[in-house]
Design a protein. Structure first.
Length: 192
């Protein structure tokens, strides 16, 4: 889906487009870097419309509870201030983008960009009326962020299908995540 005509009251939320989630990274999402050129088009469209851009980062301490060394499910990834935690080098974030760090507390997992952050308050303060979401991974942080955008922020949410990829720890996780998001009222590319 090419970006539609965006409005000044739209916001783009780019979830966790970081090196560790791209091929070659510590927790690579298959084809994860394919989202970058698509999101760059949306960043251009947001700039043209005067729409806000938010970008979340998974930003963990070295002893985060989600890491296998701590008994969690994931290899160590996106450790704050390390190269793997950087945004993909080709992601053309505007200087005006608001960065949201999450999962910063060693003892708590936070898949959603709303969890333990001020994102809902910022969206509200900025008068945002619709949220367009893309990024990684579809079946974890994108899913959780879309569900919270519906349930916490109460916003109309459009998931940009061409700008997200699933990690699919279990086959089918991606399509189940889409079902969950659609059930919560999110609109996906095929319907919009
Ligand atoms: C994510 C697994 C662990 C994500 C973050 O950004 O989807 N997945 N931490
Ligand atoms: Zn993580």
């Amino acid at each position: 889906m090419n970006p539609p005509e965006l409005r000044p009251t739209d916001a783009l939320l780019i979830v966790d487009v970081q090196r560790d989630f791209c091929p070659g990274g510590a927790l690579a999402v298959p084809d994860g870097d394919a989202v970058v050129p698509v999101l760059n088009q949306w960043i251009d469209a947001a700039r043209d419309a005067g729409a806000a851009v938010f970008a979340s980062r998974d930003w963990h301490p070295p002893d985060h509870v989600s890491f296998q060394e701590q008994g969690g499910p994931w290899p160590s990834h996106c450790v704050a201030e390390t190269p793997g935690a950087r945004f993909h080098p080709d992601l053309a974030l505007p200087v005006s983008a608001t960065i949201i760090d999450k999962g910063t507390d060693a003892g708590h997992e936070a898949y959603s960009a709303f969890e333990g952050t001020d994102l809902a308050a910022w969206l509200h303060a900025a008068g945002i009326e619709r949220l367009w979401v893309g990024g990684l991974a579809l079946d974890y942080c994108v899913r959780a962020s879309v569900l919270d955008a519906r349930r916490i922020a109460g916003l109309p949410v459009h998931l940009i299908l061409s700008a997200t990829r699933a990690v699919e720890v279990q086959p089918g996780d991606g399509s189940r995540a889409l079902d969950d998001m659609r059930s919560a009222g999110a609109v996906t590319e095929a319907e919009s």
